[in-house]
Design a protein around this ligand. Structure first.
Ligand SMILES: Nc1nc2c(c(=O)[nH]1)N[C@H]1C(S)=C(S)[C@@H](COP(=O)(O)O)O[C@H]1N2
Ligand SMILES: [Mo]
Length: 443
């Protein structure tokens, strides 16, 4: 009784001041250890379990409080999802200390629970294939062959390989039978849809590249998916948008929020509430049952996963999650390009060397991609088929290389005539700029 009361008190203080908790556990460990070791029948080794226990306890407490407080707002950049998924072998190999073993057990348990949640949600999702679209579409498996002119980066990013960015520590638990989507705020008629209601609506399917504002130049936080869903414009027209509304404000089941201009949903682009991704119901980690996809806007202002509400409002009535954290309110995607081949650190053999990658400028479209070697003249790369202004475009350049060390660079020009800037800037506040540069050795 006394000990648990004490533990509660220490715990309350430790939430604020981690050191207090750690010291308390250490003291318990030392007392426990010396009592055990002090027994006449025991040697000094008997203290080991207590000390080990205390060490692990200190470490765990430190970590756990770290996780709790991290959630209180210390995260300052849209970062990779921390919600566990599957099993990562690299982690196991690096797990060497006793504390790490405890962490592995905890991690396995967390992942088991997480995978069970994913399995439950999948099992509860209607097992039927999503309604087949009506023709205005680029079916996932059959995108035009000319869209993929090198294989190392697939034109369509498979769901399992799609980047994951969110603030969730574990994936939300969704009950598809009770879940529904509300559209409200400055509308004539507030609307509400169950999952079944959404499935029954007129569907579209479009291939759209989404990316994260936190992507560094050359980074991997970008993916191209074929999204199936209901056009936002259809739903908004039905609800009747008050002309004074400026912002569409999304709220997720887990309380995350973001907002983007009403015009982005009504100017004819394929902004949608997506329920399907690459021919499957949206995976839980990508927002099941429904999420927003808006071509041309970074995810942190538009792409609400686990969508629960959309509210029509004004800019000063509501601020999305990342805006008070220093990120720009307006966030159109910047024109960018990336070198994927040769891979980093890969040595290549002299003569014909293939340099290839992807370029994107969603909703403006890619006009031109150029490559330069060792600050030489910019040379035009061959572009893959233009699937749409909302998808990335593969490019390829064949280079007659002679042995030596080289620096290669790429730059893209969008269809508005704008060439991506050379000026190097970090992801914050509204997306990284600069040329992707790769050093390579030709043997
Ligand atoms: N509920 C919720 N939705 C979210 C986020 C989030 O943290 N929570 N992150 C956004 C960001 S920053 C991006 S880039 C995209 C990433 O979507 P993905 O994980 O499916 O690739 O989701 C957006 N939607
Ligand atoms: Mo993002």
């Amino acid at each position: 009784m006394f000990i648990s009361g004490l533990a509660l008190a220490v715990g309350a203080i430790a939430r604020r001041r981690r050191v207090v908790g750690v010291i308390a556990i250490a003291i318990f460990g030392i007392i426990g250890g010396s009592i055990t070791a002090g027994r006449p029948s025991q040697s000094a080794f008997a203290a080991i379990p207590s000390i080990l226990g205390a060490t692990i306890g200190c470490w765990l407490l430190w970590k756990l409080i770290g996780i709790i407080t991290k959630n209180d707002g210390a995260t300052q950049i849209p970062g990779e999802s921390r919600a566990p998924l599957g099993w990562d072998r690299r982690r196991f190999i690096s797990a060497t200390s006793a504390a790490a073993v405890v962490s592995v057990v905890t991690t396995i348990t967390a992942r088991k629970i997480e995978n069970q949640n994913i399995a439950d949600v999948r099992a509860a999702a209607p097992d039927v294939l999503l309604p087949i679209n009506t023709g205005t579409v680029t079916p996932q498996a059959t995108f035009p062959a000319g869209a993929q002119i090198f294989s190392q980066t697939p034109f369509i990013t498979p769901n399992d390989n799609f980047y994951r960015i969110d603030t969730a520590l574990s994936l939300p638990r969704i009950n598809i039978k009770t879940w529904n989507l509300q559209i409200g705020g400055m509308v004539r008629t507030p609307l509400q849809f169950s999952y079944e209601d959404l499935l029954a609506r007129k569907m579209v399917e479009h291939t759209i590249t989404i990316c994260c504002v936190s992507n560094e130049v050359g980074g991997k936080y970008i993916g191209n998916g074929t999204w199936q869903g209901v056009l936002l414009a259809d739903l908004l027209n039905e609800a009747g948008v008050d002309p004074r509304a400026e912002q569409i404000f999304g709220t997720s089941v887990d309380g995350w929020t973001c907002g983007f201009p009403v015009s982005a949903a009504l100017d004819g682009r394929d902004a949608m509430i997506a329920i399907g991704m690459n021919g499957e119901p949206l995976p839980l980690e990508h927002g099941f049952p429904a999420r927003v996809i808006v071509p041309g806007l970074y995810g942190y202002v538009s792409a609400t996963k686990w969508l629960e509400r959309l509210d029509l409002t004004t800019w000063d009535q509501a601020e999305g999650y990342w805006v008070p954290r220093g990120w720009s309110r307006d966030a159109p995607i910047k024109t960018q390009s990336r070198i994927d081949v040769p891979r980093r650190g890969e040595d290549v053999i002299a003569s014909k060397v293939i340099i290839a990658g992807v370029a994107w400028a969603q909703h403006r479209g890619i006009e031109k991609v150029e490559v330069r070697i060792e600050q030489g003249p910019w040379r035009k790369a061959t572009l893959a088929l233009d699937v749409s202004d909302d998808t990335w475009r593969q490019w390829k350049y064949e280079w007659d290389a002679t042995p030596g060390d080289y620096t290669i660079q790429v730059r893209a020009t969008d269809k508005s005539g704008e060439t991506q800037t050379q000026e190097v800037s970090p992801p914050d506040p509204d997306g990284a700029t600069g040329y992707h540069t790769r050093s390579l050795t030709v043997l």
